[in-house]
Design a protein around this ligand. Structure first.
Ligand code: PLP
Length: 395
């Protein structure tokens, strides 16, 4: 067996987003680069998060702060989160049995897959989708089955499409609301229909709401508004990377009924033991800050302005796009004659210094698309949009 096959038995693809990001960073040594590739909030959270860090440290720099914490996260942090959720949604969340803090949603996803999937199972993933949903299934020799959505239909998912892709092997359906990369949001009615469909098929639905604080009209409703959500074979996940702008702290969480939570926790134990004690304390303190709601609304408002800017700048061009209802991305289709998306994104980066993600990272069908992340400064965004227009007009 040659080395390549010996060391890549699972056939995992390296992250396409990180690949373009590292090309962009190399180029940045010699010229200005506009980073519209990585889904990283542009704003500086320092002032907001500082009191939460100070509170964490004021409890004392001692052995307790550095000790192992329970796998699911310390009791006080789980209680804080469940109180916060119970205050906002008609669902009682038991902090001892239904909550696990994870090392970001990325780790939560792997732990969930580990608990539910084996080499005979399939997970339905509406595409275009965050690439982890597709790749992580390979870790368990399971199959991610794409459910391709189309732009003509506003990238909307239908139950007929799910019926057409469901098989006896299907164990899980992943719903990302608001969606990365399309910006589409799902109503509560539709999510209730999805849950009913899944109950009838006896499969679990994973709701990933990591972009829940970025919603720009009234199309987004959290599935936590569905009373008794967890009784319905559902798992909910969210995190603080995007909402608080702290992806480096690596804190996410998942909610599930006790039997499922216990199974997921077994995988989580072996993956990371727990999230970082200090990161978790900071985030739990941040949830309690009185400025939290204002802070989140301000970020949402700033992103709404950027959403508008992109839409206005590109809608009269040869590019096809719809305004994002949520999250901070546009998934844009360009005329086929420009060629495949990896080549196009590489060319725009080299010639204009604009880093974008090729569409086929999000699903094989999307060969003439790119994802644009609009979480960046308005000046950079305006300049980058000018370059993108020039590129598609001049070529
Ligand atoms: N879910 C979606 C849809 C994402 O786009 C991302 C990151 O980009 C994540 C989950 C993971 O976020 P984290 O691991 O930082 O919590």
């Amino acid at each position: 067996m040659d080395d390549v096959h010996r060391f890549s038995k699972m056939g995992l693809k390296p992250s396409g987003i990180r690949a373009i990001n590292s090309q962009a960073k190399t180029l940045e040594k010699t010229r200005k680069v506009f980073h519209l590739e990585l889904g990283q909030p542009y704003f500086d959270p320092s002032n907001f998060i500082k009191p939460a860090i100070e509170t964490a440290l004021s409890e004392g720099l001692n052995n307790k702060l550095f000790a192992y914490i329970p796998n699911k996260g310390d009791d006080a942090s789980r209680a804080t989160l469940s109180q916060w959720l119970t205050a906002h949604y008609p669902n009682d969340i038991d902090p001892d049995n239904e909550v696990i803090f994870t090392t970001g949603c990325s780790e939560a996803l792997v732990a969930i897959y580990g608990a539910l999937l084996d080499n005979h199972s399939e997970v339905l993933v509406p595409t275009p989708a965050w690439p982890h949903y597709l790749e992580a299934a390979k870790l368990f020799q399971a199959k991610a089955v794409p459910v391709p959505l189309c732009s003509q239909n506003g990238f909307q998912l239908t139950l007929d499409q799910l019926d057409a892709t469901y098989t006896e092997k299907t164990k899980l359906l992943v719903i990302n609301n608001p969606n990365n990369p399309t910006g589409v949001c799902y109503s509560l009615d539709f999510q209730t229909e999805l849950l009913a469909w899944a109950r009838q098929k006896n499969i679990v639905v994973l709701f990933d709401e990591i972009y829940s604080t970025y919603s720009y009209d009234d199309t987004f409703t959290s599935v936590l508004n569905h009373p008794g959500l967890l009784d319905d074979n559902a798992i909910y996940m969210n995190g603080f990377s995007k909402s608080l702008g702290v992806p480096g702290l690596r804190v996410g969480y998942l909610l599930a009924k006790k039997p499922l939570c216990d199974e997921i926790n077994k995988i989580h134990q072996y993956l990371t033991v727990s999230t970082s004690s200090l990161s978790l304390k900071i985030v739990a303190n941040a949830i309690k800050l009185p400025e939290l709601n204002n802070y989140l609304s301000q970020q949402c408002c700033d992103h709404q302005q950027r959403n508008q800017l992109v839409h206005e700048a590109l809608q009269q061009s040869s590019l096809k796009l719809s305004k994002a209802a949520g999250a901070f991305y546009f998934f844009i289709e360009y005329p086929e004659e420009f060629g495949p998306s990896k080549e196009v994104c590489s060319k725009i980066l080299q010639t204009h210094g604009v880093a974008l993600c090729p569409g086929d990272i999000f699903g094989d069908e999307f060969k003439h698309h790119f994802r644009l992340c609009f979480s960046t400064s308005q000046e950079d965004l305006m300049e980058a949009l000018g370059h993108i227009k020039n590129f598609f007009e001049a070529n």
